[in-house]
Design a protein around this ligand. Structure first.
Ligand code: MN
Length: 486
């Protein structure tokens, strides 16, 4: 792609920032202007619109120099001023959060507070992410205690945010850079582990790549094949889930196949399964059922002849762009449309199912008007990844990840929930403590004589089921009291 000529507005912003930051230096010893220029470059790489790029250039001027918000408004317009103000509020001692203290006293969840403060214009968040990315890239210049603090915050707040926006590339770079500071020993250990694994797998991977390529060519399928590198931080998190047993991590070796359209994705899946044995329960169709952040792909894990476990990820070019660059990619593809929608105060035309952003903006607006909102519900919708499970009849039920059989039962109907005596998962007897997994077929066994038990409260994950159960328990208690008095 040819680099478009720098617009006159952007050049003016660069001149203003240079003058304003004159004589200031970063901890690295470089002139301060290096930082806003790096943020500018990142935003350009993400394909952001001109106002965002200008605001990126100017993002530290109001806080650190004599330039005022009014100056920016006069020179560059309302939209740029709004973005700079948003970023400034976020960085000045989290003033953005203090602002929302007044209308959001009941939540101590910093992540949620940050999101709501940002809810007004998602581009503020994107500038903040670019700012943080450059800061974490240059973190080595800071004293160790500051390094740890910033790295930790990056892992806890900014990397999950990047994930929420489906900015995969950013998430991986940020979290691996930060993890290195938070736990250097663990980082080195896992890095070696992955490298060693890759060395061992290299030869058979070459063979697999050859076999797949040949089979796809035979089917006259146009494709791009590449290996994907597993992020060290995500391996760290996965290892914790699997008792540190690396043999249970099935996506250490993964190959990505990019094709032209959705139909071809399924064709490729068929070709792969005709070559290798798919592992049971490891086919995930995120094309038909995208992840909540809009991620789409088909995943399948197979076992090769020489007993290698390999994950394949199949997707279209557009899905790939979106998985790597997320929300930024939608700006790129849809800039005009999205910008117009921002101006009109609505963003329902986001090209993916990033509905949580709309929800966030609505919530932010309500809070500013002093209306009450259900924060628990918002939190659940924002943070819980969904799983899809099935009734024996094949009806699909979506539940937050972590849900248990009783959540499923109460979701179907309170009457079913109240009379649970057992559960069959995928045709086998199971128990009420068993976490449901994506794609499970769940059959609830009931008995007329069963009544709700208070011990069930510990076997429930969703607030929905908890509310229903508590209601029944209260009713029951009330009935028993009245009975006792008779
Ligand atoms: Mn900055």
């Amino acid at each position: 792609m040819e680099k478009p000529k720098e617009s006159e507005r952007v050049l003016r912003a660069v001149e203003l920032a240079k003058k304003a930051h004159e004589g200031q230096f970063r901890k690295t010893g470089e002139p301060y202007i290096v930082h806003p220029m790096a943020v500018k470059k990142i935003l350009e790489e993400w394909g952001m619109d001109e106002d965002t790029i200008i605001a990126g250039v100017l993002h530290d001027t109001v806080e650190d120099t004599a330039v005022t918000l009014d100056d920016i408004r006069k020179e560059f317009g309302e939209s740029v001023a709004f973005l700079v103000d948003g970023v400034t509020k976020l960085s000045t001692a989290r003033a953005g959060m203090r602002d929302i203290d007044t209308y959001l006293p009941e939540t101590r969840d910093n992540f949620l507070r940050l999101l709501i403060a940002l809810g007004a214009d998602i581009r503020v968040l994107i500038i903040k992410l670019a700012d943080r990315l450059h800061n974490i890239r240059t973190l080595s210049a800071l004293p160790p205690d500051k390094q740890k603090k910033i790295a930790k915050e990056t892992l806890e707040v900014f990397a999950p945010l990047a994930d929420r926006l489906n900015m995969g590339q950013l998430r991986v770079e940020m979290s691996d850079l930060a993890f290195k500071y938070v736990d250097p020993k663990r980082y080195d250990y896992l890095k070696n582990l992955i490298e060693e694994h890759n060395r061992q797998a290299a030869k058979s991977l070459k063979k697999i790549e050859g076999e797949i390529s040949e089979a796809l060519k035979k089917e006259k399928i146009k494709f791009e094949l590449s290996g994907r590198v597993k992020s060290i931080y995500s391996l760290h998190k996965k290892m914790a889930k699997h008792n540190q047993n690396i043999n249970e991590i099935y996506d250490l070796t993964a190959l990505r196949i990019i094709v032209e359209d959705v139909t071809t994705c399924y064709l490729v899946l068929g070709v792969i399964h005709s070559l290798y044995t798919p592992m049971e329960g490891r086919v995930k169709d995120y094309i038909a059922m995208p992840k909540q952040n809009g991620y789409q792909s088909i995943h399948t894990t197979v076992i090769t002849e020489d007993k290698r476990v390999v994950e394949f990820q199949i997707r279209t070019r557009e899905m790939h762009e979106y998985a790597e660059r997320g929300l930024a990619a939608s700006f790129y593809y849809n800039e005009q449309k999205v910008t117009e929608n921002y101006k009109a105060g609505k963003i329902e035309h986001l090209p993916t199912n990033l509905l949580w952003i709309t929800e966030l903006q609505q919530t932010a607006a309500k809070l500013r008007e002093g209306k009450k909102v259900d924060l628990e519900k918002l939190k659940l919708n924002l943070f819980a990844d969904k799983i899809f499970v099935y009734t024996p009849k094949g009806d699909i039920v979506d539940l937050p990840k972590g849900s248990l059989p009783l959540d499923f039962a109460y979701r179907l109907h309170s009457e079913i929930g109240d009379h649970v005596v057992g559960v069959k998962i995928n045709g086998k007897m199971s128990n009420l403590n068993k976490k449901l997994e994506q794609g499970d077929i769940v059959e609830i066994l009931t008995s007329k004589n069963q009544t709700p038990k208070s011990s069930w409260l510990s076997k429930i994950f969703t607030s929905h089921a908890r509310a229903k159960l508590l209601h029944r328990l209260n009713e029951k208690e009330h009935q028993e009291q009245t009975k006792g008095r008779k």
